[in-house]
Ligand binder design. Structure first.
Ligand code: 4AD
Ligand code: MG
Length: 469
């Protein structure tokens, strides 16, 4: 039996494999002079060059087109060409599936540059492209090291429900689910599958809080759903969120954890995935209309300095001062109590501080019911982390652990108390200070890969008017 290797395995130990017989499988990327085939198997951005023997050339060269999947057996030799150190001298090639050249013409597999919009239209073929391959491999490494980070620090991975009856964030619309016949109205939800109205969850936080108040340290990592009609480059209707929740934790502990966590992930990816990052770095510099991106520099910048921490009130003061001092005019006028808009966040991060910014102690009127009220009774112990270009990447808070005050906040925000009796109970059975945050996974992948649009970092994007594939 000849052993099968991935291209990554072969290229990682090139010298070792010289003169060894191996089996490789992959898809044809190019076929030149009727003897050089390059293949890629997805394991790495790099391709392997195959040399066809004369005998094989006669037998199969007509059947080989871009995209054809093949199985090759042969001997690894040192390459004469300068582009690669090793190549595979084939003794046997089996064709699994070929591609009709006429359909390649119309597909994103045609070897030329395609727009990201075009790649999205053929999302099922994107996985075969260099750029999307890099993004997907990086996405995997980020997900993997998130589990590693929490596991190594004693957190437990908590699976929270996707089907829920409550709206954790209060704002924004939820997707409703039902098995009732929608043609008949009015619908009697007493007869529905769960005997009540149910939705796809916008967050696992409330369940994570109940778990943290018994297990101490937990985190969730799952899909969440938001039916907001936000057609921006940073919004998805279905996205992945990581929500750590920690008992006996105050807001500052929470911010420290979030900063350490983000830096750990970025450092991990730079260490483990430099090959893919460098490819993206070069690609983005080349094609982003002279807007120098310097992806890697941007990542190093995040690692180098402590994040800037300012209160919401300080942020508003800075923005007012800047608007007076400079010719900067914001589209949304600034006043205390307003929700910071993307233009304000971008100004603070990209222009003013030029590093990630943590804003804490937001007005209670613009934040969710579960955040702990400060002594000033006007602000809550909330924190948002803003990143260059992306804006808000993390949203979190210290939670309101005082039963009566929480109950009042639930009333004041018109939240349905009856759906939250179990959540309120956690404040009656040994309540304790606790905190947590939510990291938008896809936004982080977007930042690390330098992609302009969040739809280009998720395998199958769900956005308003789009649930194809
Ligand atoms: O700020 P959000 O809404 O916070 C929560 O859901 C809390 N329950 C988290 C917690 O404290 N446990 O969302 C958290 C993060 C945002 O900072 C953003 O990065 C991301 O989720 N996010 C989105 N990402 C993609 N598409 C959307 N539509 C998003 N909405 C929020
Ligand atoms: Mg938020």
């Amino acid at each position: 039996m000849i052993k099968k290797y991935s291209i990554k395995e072969l290229l990682n130990k090139e010298k070792y494999f010289i003169n060894k017989k191996v089996l490789v499988e992959g898809w044809v990327r190019s076929f030149r002079y009727s003897i050089f085939i390059t293949i890629n198997d997805g394991s790495t951005i790099k391709n392997l060059q195959i040399i066809l023997s004369e005998k094989l050339e006669k037998k199969i060269s007509k059947k080989i087109t871009i995209g054809t999947s093949i199985r090759v057996v042969g001997i690894i030799i040192k390459s004469i060409g300068e582009k690669q150190y090793i190549e595979l001298k084939s003794s046997d090639i089996l064709i699994y599936g070929s591609t009709d050249p006429s359909i390649i013409q119309k597909s994103i597999l045609q070897p030329k540059r395609h727009s990201f919009e075009k790649l999205r239209e053929q999302a099922h073929l994107r996985f075969k492209t260099n750029i999307f391959g890099c993004v997907m491999r990086i996405r995997h490494h980020i997900a993997f090291c998130i589990h590693k980070y929490f596991h190594d620090r004693g957190f437990f991975y908590l699976h929270t429900p996707i089907i829920t009856t409550s709206n954790c964030e209060g704002s924004g619309k939820m997707f409703q689910i039902t098995t009732m016949d929608l043609k008949k109205s009015p619908i009697d939800y007493e007869k529905d599958f769960f005997k009540c109205k149910t939705y796809l969850s916008v967050s696992g936080q409330l369940e994570a809080e109940t778990a943290a108040l018994g297990l101490g340290k937990v985190y969730t990592f799952g899909p969440v759903f938001r039916a907001e009609n936000s057609n921006t480059s940073r919004h998805l209707s279905e996205f992945w969120m990581i929500e750590p929740e920690i008992a006996f934790y105050h807001l500052n502990d929470n911010i420290n954890l979030a900063e350490d966590f983000l830096k750990f992930i970025i450092k991990y990816v730079v260490d483990k995935n430099l090959e893919d990052l460098s490819f993206l770095n070069e690609y983005l510099e080349k094609y982003k209309n002279n807007k120098k991106e310097h992806l890697l520099e941007r990542l190093y910048l995040v690692l180098k300095f402590p994040f800037k921490r300012i209160s919401y009130t300080e942020a508003i003061e800075i923005l007012i001062k800047e608007e007076k001092k400079q010719s900067t005019k914001f589209f949304h006028p600034i006043s205390w109590g307003m929700d910071l808009q993307s233009e304000h966040e971008q100004y603070l991060v990209n222009k003013y501080f030029k590093i990630p910014v943590v804003i804490f102690d937001y007005p209670s009127c613009i934040k969710a019911f579960y955040m702990r009220i400060n002594n000033d009774e006007k602000t809550v112990r909330a924190m948002d982390i803003l990143f260059p270009d992306i804006g808000e990447i993390i949203g979190g808070s210290q939670r309101e652990e005082r039963y009566e005050i929480l109950l009042q906040r639930i009333k004041d925000t018109n939240t349905d108390k009856n759906k939250l009796w179990w959540y309120l109970d956690t404040r009656r059975f040994g309540s304790a200070p606790h905190s947590g945050f939510g990291l938008g996974f896809d936004r982080l992948v977007q930042f690390i890969t330098g992609m302009n649009n969040i739809r280009d970092v998720i395998p199958f994007p769900r956005t308003p008017n789009n649930a194809e594939f």
